[in-house]
Design a protein around this ligand. Structure first.
Ligand code: AR6
Length: 175
């Protein structure tokens, strides 16, 4: 599975599935969640309302409705807590791993992620980038059957630079 970084708006991505940094209600919100619901149209909210919410780190699949992507995977990231750093890390890992598993089971070949938990949920971005990329690499090595490419779509230059830094660090380690 290829891993790619780009700067942009995830609602514009022509991939099989995009991931939404949701909250546990799955009833929409601000940030990337709001942008995805606006672009998908009201049918997405109607569909999400029937799902009964989602636990932090778990993931649920819906159609993409008016989005260019066929599906959306909704995963609530952890609200970052420095006092419970290890638990925040584990939950963020689960978001990536469970989203990838669900996408692979749905026979998706391409997936795009936003930087989960680094906006309203305040996860330190370099730590979050390390967790995201390491989990993508591990899933690609251990589990991917259908998935061929995972793209991190980063919305602002600072987040993009953090992911570039984490990618270089990981690359240097693997050399
Ligand atoms: N495409 C890609 N990334 C985006 C986009 C976009 N269109 N819009 C924002 N981002 P956040 P969280 C980036 O706050 O921290 C919501 O209200 C953003 O710049 O969207 O997981 C939910 O309902 C940041 O880098 O998600 C939850 O209540 C990243 O996406 C809560 O926020 C994540 O920021 C979830 O907080």
């Amino acid at each position: 599975m290829k891993i790619l970084l780009e700067m942009g708006d995830i609602t514009r991505k022509h991939v099989d599935v995009i991931v939404n940094a949701a909250n546990k209600t799955l009833l929409g919100g601000g940030g990337v969640d709001g942008a995805i619901h606006r672009a998908a149209g009201p049918a997405l909210l109607a569909c999400c309302s029937a799902l009964g919410g989602c636990e932090t780190g778990e993931a649920k699949l819906t159609p993409g409705f008016n989005l260019p992507a066929s599906y959306v995977i909704h995963t609530p990231g952890p609200v970052y807590s420095a006092a419970q750093h290890a638990q925040s890390v584990k939950l963020l890992e689960n978001c990536y791993w469970n989203s990838l598993s669900l996408a692979d089971q749905a026979k998706c070949r391409t997936i795009a992620f936003p930087s989960i938990s680094t906006g309203a949920y305040h996860f330190p971005v370099v730590d979050a980038a390390r967790i995201a990329l390491r989990t993508l690499v591990r899933f690609g090595k251990e589990r991917a059957i259908n998935l061929q490419a995972a793209t991190m779509v980063l919305f602002d230059p600072e987040t993009y630079r953090a992911y570039q830094f984490a990618m270089k660090e990981l690359w240097d380690e693997l050399k």
